[in-house]
Design a protein around this ligand. Sequence first.
Ligand SMILES: [Zn+2]
Length: 454
Amino acid sequence: MAKEPLSIPESEWKAVFDESLEYFRNLLRFDTTNPPGNEREACEYLGAILEKERIDYEILESAPRRANLVCRLRGDGSLPPLLLNAHLDVVAAERPYWTHDPFGGVLADGFVWGRGALDMKHMAIMSLMTVILLSRHKAGLKRDLVFAAVADEETGGGYGSGWLVEQHPEKVRAEYALGEIGGFSRIADGKHFYPVQIAEKGICWLRLKAKGAPGHGSLPNWEGAVGKIGKAAQRLGSQRLPFHCTPQAAVFVETMAGHQPFPKGLVLRQVLNRRLSRLILDKIIPDKGLARMLYATLHNTANPTIIRGGEKVNVLPSEATLEVDGRVLPGQTREDFLREVTAVIGDDYEIEILEFKPAVWAPPDDPILGAMSDVLRHHDPSAVVVPNMVPGFTDASHYSRLGTRCFGFSPVKLPEGFHFIDLMHGHNERIPVEGFFFGVRVLFDLVARLCTER
Ligand SMILES: [Zn+2]
């Protein structure tokens, strides 16, 4: 018989919400803009709260003022650990464009405003509260629960999760990790969809070099390096790399399509059809943002971003370079990607790989998705969990190196028409207070279930 997961009496939640809101607003007041990050004070603030609860924690400094907090509630060891991860650094905020101080922790119009409200100090507090509540209620845990509040996600995690994985792997090793990006609701056709990240694309950043005949700018030259590199940029900027249907893309499309009315669902499903995909993406799907996102989950991409060549207007340089932001799908190697790029630009270029990080992914039928769905539906009966792939990378790219299955799940119920993705690095980042409370409760219920049930 499965044990009933720990539940907290209804009457206690009001006080828990008030407490979480206070911690959340205080955390938003630490300016952790990265660079430089300066996450140390924010870690100390969380540490002081844990200390009051008599929960052990460590602050691990990866560089001066760059710090990571890790705490662990011990289980009986019958199941492997679960990790809750939130990064404390944020991207810069352009103050003049904000209605409220981005580092003021302002509560107004039913929202908490601030840089990091969605990305992702809310998850830091939701995780903190989960740990605190399990500790206060002396829950008998079957697995260790680890909470990591980390530095530096916004510039790649080298001082945060990446550093922890390399320097202190035993402190963060887990079977599952919950973090970003996912759990934000999106209302469409009366359904409340909750995308949960099960995969994120990898990177393959390239520098292409073209060589050409040097010479005087007054004489014609049809073999110049700048002309050649321009040709590569033009081709990569306008041509498409081949279609690939991964199981992670398929489960996303199938789930979304399954909840759409006829014939919308039928049409959407055709993006998985190699022959029809392009037509559907280019001509049929009205939401261009969705079409681009779907395109990214079905193709490797190669965006030319930096072009360099020449010093003087009247001198033809012998070399020119182009940097390319390549993103690769689950299962694609650097060789696969180079083959696709060469097919577009030809083999007239020297190619240097600046950085390669493979895509990371979890199985699309992992049982944790069923648990998320149960818990969400308990609090929002029209919730539909949609496993999805994110085109960028997060801390999951580091934790998965330890064999951890990473899921983007920092649940927040958002009102209709609220596009969190535009606010995450945009102006007036904010989170509905009610949606945040919903998240505190859903995350607690899910973690209680994962840690106390067999
Ligand atoms: Zn983030």
